[in-house]
Design a protein around this ligand. Structure first.
Ligand code: PMM
Length: 262
C-alpha cells in the first residue's frame, strides 16, 4: 500500500501533494512501481494535528481518488468521516481506511452498503492527545481485544468478514516500547481471522531508536520493521517509498514462503 497524503501537514509527505495534479502523478507513479493499493488521505493524523472539515477534506481527496481509480488503481480512502468515505467510494475507491475503526456509526453503514473493504486501526485517544503519556496494562492484549471488538461491530453492521482488515496502529498513542511490542507481536494479530496491515513507514519510533533522521532517509529502517511484520504474517505494509517497499516485501515474502519447501 503506497501513501499519498493531500495534506499540508502530514509528517512525511505533508505539503508535497496538496496540488491534486501532483498527488495524482505520485499515485499513478506508485501504481506503475507496483503498489497494489494507493491510500489517499486528506486529513493529517500526526500527533497534535487539528481536524479539517468534511468539505475541505473532500476538496483535497476527491479529484485524486477519481483520477487514480480511473487510472486503474485500487484506491483506499484514509478518512474517519462517513461523508468523505461515501463520496470517495462514489468516485471509485474500493477500501475505507478508518484510523478510528468505525467510531462514527454512520461509517459502518456506508461501508456495509458499498461492499468496500475496511481497515480497522487501533488508536488510543485522538491525534491531538494520543502521544500524551499513553498507558497500557498489556499493550498487545488490549490492542488485540479492541480490534476484535471493532471487527464485531463491523460484522454486526452488515460488513462482510472478508472485507475486514485490522491494523495495530503503529505510532497512534504508543510509546517506543509499545510500538516494538506490537511489531514483534504481529503473529498474535495474524492468528485471527482477518488480514493484518502494518504502517511503520518513516514513523518517529525509528528516530526514538536511532536518533534524528530526516524522514526521506528512514526507508531502510522502515524496511526492517516491514520485514519482521511480513515474517509475522502481515498481509499489507503501508509505505511511502513503493520501489523500496515492494522490493523489501517481495524478498521477505519469498523467504517466508520458502519455509518448509525445498
Ligand atoms: N498511519 C498514518 C495514517 N494512516 N492508516 C493505517 N491504517 N495505518 C497507519 O499506520 C497509518 C494510517 C500516519 O502516517 P502518514 O502521515 O504517513 O499517512
Amino acid at each position: 500500500m503506497g501513501v499519498v497524503n493531500t495534506t499540508p501537514d502530514s509528517f512525511s509527505d505533508g505539503g508535497k501533494f496538496l496540488d491534486p495534479a501532483l498527488a495524482i502523478d505520485r499515485g499513478l507513479e506508485m501504481l506503475e512501481q507496483g503498489a497494489d493499493i494507493v491510500d489517499v488521505g486528506g486529513e493529517s493524523t500526526r500527533p497534535g494535528a487539528r481536524p479539517v472539515d468534511a468539505d475541505e477534506e473532500k476538496r483535497r481527496v476527491l479529484p485524486v481518488v477519481s483520477a487514480l481509480a480511473a487510472g486503474g488503481a485500487a484506491v483506499s480512502i484514509d478518512t474517519s468521516k462517513p461523508e468523505v468515505a461515501a463520496a470517495a467510494l462514489d468516485e471509485g475507491a474500493v477500501i475505507v481506511n478508518d484510523v478510528t475503526a468505525l467510531a462514527d456509526p454512520e461509517m459502518a453503514a456506508v461501508v456495509a452498503g458499498s461492499g468496500a473493504g475496511i481497515v480497522l486501526m487501533h488508536m488510543l485517544g485522538t491525534p491531538r492527545t494520543m502521544q500524551r503519556d499513553p498507558q497500557y496494562g498489556d499493550v498487545v492484549a488490549e490492542v488485540a481485544e479492541y480490534l476484535a471488538g471493532r471487527a464485531q461491530v463491523a460484522l454486526d453492521a452488515g460488513i462482510n468478514g472478508e472485507c475486514i482488515c485490522i491494523d495495530p496502529g503503529i505510532g497512534f498513542g504508543k510509546t517506543l516500547q509499545h510500538n516494538l511490542m506490537l511489531l514483534r507481536s504481529v503473529p498474535v494479530f495474524a492468528a485471527g481471522p482477518y488480514p493484518v496491515l502494518v504502517g511503520a513507514s518513516r514513523k518517529s519510533f525509528l528516530e526514538h531508536l536511532l536518533g534524528p533522521i530526516p524522514v526521506e532517509e528512514r526507508d531502510p529502517a522502515s524496511a526492517a520493521a516491514d520485514v519482521l511484520a511480513i515474517a509475522g504474517g502481515a498481509a499489507i505494509v503501508r509505505v511511502h517509498n513503493v520501489v523500496e517497499g515492494l522490493r523489501t516485501a517481495r524478498v521477505a515474502d519469498a523467504i517466508v514462503r520458502a519455509a518448509g519447501g525445498d
